[in-house]
Design a protein around this ligand. Structure first.
Ligand SMILES: [Zn+2]
Length: 92
């Protein structure tokens, strides 16, 4: 079943919310090619839900990277990241 309503009718520069969110991690990691990255960036800048999601994911990745410097145990790393996000009022 394909729900067209969920995709919306408005696209920003060829990128819709589904496309933006599905490529969010690659976008934040700088893994996308320049043209795709600029299209995603312009979508995120104009789309509040995607901006907030991107902001959250960016903080999450930053917390992971920061914790990874001092923590090698995956379980402890995960808990440290979650604690950091909680301290910032984010995440579960
Ligand atoms: Zn969006």
């Amino acid at each position: 079943m394909h729900d067209h309503q969920a995709h919306g009718h408005h696209r920003h520069d060829g990128v819709d919310c589904d496309a933006a969110l599905s490529q969010l991690f690659d976008f934040l990691d700088g893994e996308l090619d320049d043209s795709l990255e600029s299209r995603l960036r312009s979508h995120v800048e104009r789309c509040k839900p995607c901006f907030e999601r991107a902001d959250f994911e960016k903080r999450f990745l930053e917390a992971v990277h920061a914790a990874r410097v001092t923590e090698t145990c995956p379980k402890a790393l995960r808990e440290r990241v979650l604690a950091t996000l909680r301290a910032e009022g984010l995440g579960a």
